[in-house]
Design a protein around this ligand. Sequence first.
Ligand code: SF4
Length: 413
Amino acid sequence: MTDEKKVVRKELETSKDMKKFMADYYLELDHASQTGERKIAWCTSVGPAELLRGMGFLVYFPETHSAMLGSTRAAMDYIPHANALGYAPEICSYLTSDVGAFTQGFTPLTKSFGIKSVPKPDVLVFNTNQCRDVQDWFAWYGRKFNAPVVGVRTYRGVKEVTDSHIISIAKQIENLIQPLEQVAGKKFDMDEFQRAVALSRECSDLWKQVLETAAAMPSPLTFFDGTTLMGPAVVGRGTQAANDFYRKLLAELQERAYNHDGAVADERFRIYWEGMPIWGRLRAHSELFANLKSCVLASTYCNSWIFTALDPNDPFNSMARAYTELFIVRSDEAKEQYIKRMFEFFRVDGIVYHNARTCPNNSNSRYGMPQRLEANSGVPALVIDGDLNDLRCLSDEQTNTNIEAFVERLAGK
Ligand code: SF4
């Protein structure tokens, strides 16, 4: 039922600023890595970035590098090299593609920005709030670079976030200060830390507003745009540059919404995406849905960099809360309530769950959630099998057929 005529994707003007933001970000890291002028901390994507920025580190996020390996479809060439080191094909394909690429001296940063290698870490800082894989991933690089690895070991499957969770996590964040001071070679400064938390909170609020423009009918934004536009929220939260970028993006999207200028021409159906993107198929999926006049307009994934709890007046506790209230940390019950709120807010017609084979942490279709949510919300669900980076887990033909049949089902409804 795909239309013969291909739908033209509408680029956002602000996308150009995004490319410059990412280039500046990586070039600054590369310069620091080569000259040693600034210390570099590696951080997990929902790790304690505010503390690191407040202590003067430049912060590098390997997951974003892995997403580049995925979106450029280079990941497949390098996963086997990590498998050969004992990192199984079934574990996180961000980890395996990143480690594999490093062993072969490859980085997509070379083609994009002329950078020869990922920046050398002075310290690696994780939070296991998303999964255990990040700890193993950072441990590998810690051994490789002979750099200290420190982190926060957090709760999982949390139904309600309580004071005891917050006290424990806040203490762990505070305990990072002493080893980080040793690496930074300077004392922790509370004012600088609070400033980073304030900037990060502002970034979070702006990013939330950006994503919420998708509630307009038609939506000015798609999930596929969002996976790229979220770059500054992931790697730049806690910096003024990220906030400047989102202010401009927000203005463009608000104008689009005001003019009823939909991201998908003739939007008929509004779809929520649950789970990771399939990075190597972003464009293909964006076009597939657009040709079906269906706008995938909101997702748990892009929402994961909204940290509304951050409060510069209570930085440790508020960081503990922000990084524990996250969807990925929560129980199925809490997750289902959250998704139902998203259905209502974005006026969703259907939901697609991506069962990412190498990321059980970001796959919520394995324990009956699609069936439960469909039964008590009435919103039809589809589960597609795939992966974030390992395209061997994906059948394009089957995915396309299933999505087309799903949209027909929505039309019938
Ligand atoms: S959450 Fe999933 S994709 Fe992200 S690092 Fe962990 S296992 Fe990998």
